[in-house]
Write a protein that binds this ligand. Structure first.
Ligand code: NAD
Length: 423
């Protein structure tokens, strides 16, 4: 078993120590309900056929159809998919969405494919997993290196297979194909609402407002811009090309333009003159003095090797699983507050849920209506996690798992457990 999956399951065990749930509930949540591996073969532009490994996991569907993204990544693997589906199960429960957790992936570097090859691959994924997905069964969405266009192709392919338009099978679609307003920036907005709601509780109300963001994609670039608009100084950001740092605060508009034109944030240091602008390694970036660190790239970025050097007061996990279980203990010992992924990045799945609801009712909301519905969900979730953490004297991560576990356990118990059948 991978360290990441083991770490996720250890979080479940840790949460179970702080609440009363029947043994059979924990046993059920120890492994996924359904996993499918497929070989996807696609005709490439040069006429050759190429095969790709692909997966879909439905971890638990007691609270509703499973929900979770599809990742295209050269290092994707089954255990990662299962771990991500496990996290989705708890995330949906923490913000009380009527969903279970799922996830999918193809092991591919989409940058190696032409647009036509990418379309064929995306459609082939739906063919391979058509028995598993469905608007009442398992509803995919975008994740790392997948986007609205890919979701549009996938929804179209599924609709062709069933013979009628079925937009509710997938979320994160382009707006003209049934996407929801507000989905693009929902993950970052959700995190931002959580941060604002807990600002004084986590001691950031009167801080210097210096933030660092790892990853400058959908989630990372948007949270950087929201923080900037709220008066924060974003002093460092990174992407796969490296990290750029300016202690006086980066110009995010220029940074976004440079990333778009040149492909990496590090070109900012070459393009913008200023004696304070530097490029740094990832570990140097993590060790910078700051108030808030937002990992928004991939899992397993803050490990036992670099956790000790982190000087941020608060880490808000917009990525899934960026802090390993071992790093978590180091951070807790050092007094760093971690706002866990299953709360902090739940805005994405929440607006995905809104998209599914709008598709099913055939009546669409304005951007304002979406924000008016998202904000209270994130505030309720974060307040509930904070109160539980205070009441039980546990970390926010453990409290989020306790809250999720209690909600999933309530659903499992509603079918009857040993206490009911053999009192
Ligand atoms: P994305 O593909 O848009 O962006 C990922 C960014 O991370 C890119 O800028 C990439 O260059 C950077 N990156 C990758 N590896 C890196 C590394 N080792 N160091 C620094 N930067 C690195 O993806 P996204 O949609 O923004 O997702 C980012 C994270 O947020 C993922 O963990 C994803 O699962 C999670 N997440 C995303 C959403 C969503 O709605 N987009 C929802 C919930 C969780």
């Amino acid at each position: 078993m991978s360290d990441t999956l083991q770490g996720a399951l250890s979080q479940l065990k840790m949460a179970a120590r702080h609440t009363e749930v029947p043994e059979e509930v924990l046993e059920a949540l120890n492994f996924p309900k359904e996993v499918l591996t497929a070989r996807i073969s696609v005709r490439m532009d040069n006429g050759k056929r190429r095969s790709f490994e692909a997966w879909r996991c439905r971890y638990d569907d007691t609270r509703g159809p499973t929900k979770g993204g599809i990742r295209f990544h050269p290092e994707a693997n089954l255990e990662e998919v299962v771990t991500l589906a496990f996290w989705m199960t708890f995330k949906c429960a923490v913000v009380n969405l009527p969903y279970g957790g799922g996830k999918g992936a193809i092991r591919v570097d989409p940058r190696d494919l032409s647009r036509r090859e990418l379309e064929r691959l995306s459609r082939a994924y739906v063919h391979a997993f058509s028995s598993m997905i469905g608007p009442d069964r398992d509803i995919p969405a975008p994740d790392v290196y997948t986007n609205a266009r890919i979701m549009g192709w996938m929804a179209d392919e599924y609709s062709s297979l069933v013979g009628y338009p079925c937009p509710a099978v997938i979320t994160g679609k382009p707006i003209p194909l049934g996407g929801s307003l507000g989905r693009d920036d929902a993950t970052a907005k959700g995190g931002f609402y959580v941060l604002k709601n807990l600002l004084s509780e986590i001691g950031l109300e009167n801080c210097e407002k210096r933030a660092i963001v790892q990853g400058f994609g959908n989630a990372g670039a948007t949270i950087a811009s929201l923080l900037h608009q709220d008066g924060w100084k974003v002093i460092a950001v990174s992407d796969t090309g490296g990290c750029v740092y300016d202690k006086t605060g980066l110009d995010l508009q220029k940074l976004a333009n440079i990333k778009k034109e040149r492909g990496s944030v590090t070109d900012y240091a070459k393009q913008i003159s200023g004696s304070d602008i530097k490029t740094l390694t990832q570990d140097e970036m993590f060790a910078l003095e700051c108030d808030l660190l937002v990992p928004a790239a991939l899992e397993d970025q803050i490990t036992r090797d670099n956790a000790g050097s982190i000087k941020a007061s608060v880490i808000m996990e917009l990525a899934n699983g960026p802090v390993t279980a071992e790093a978590d203990s180091v951070l807790e010992k050092n007094g760093v507050t971690v706002i866990p992924d299953i709360l902090a990045n739940a805005g994405g799945v929440t607006v995905s849920y809104f998209e599914w609801v709008q598709n099913r009712q055939g009546f669409y909301w304005t951007e304002d209506e979406v924000q008016q519905k998202l904000r209270p969900i994130m505030e309720r979730g974060s307040s509930a996690v904070w109160s539980l953490a205070q009441k039980k004297d546990i970390s926010l991560r453990t409290a989020a798992y306790v809250l999720g576990l209690e909600r999933i356990a309530d659903a499992i118990k509603a079918h009857g457990t040993q206490d009911y059948f053999c009192p």
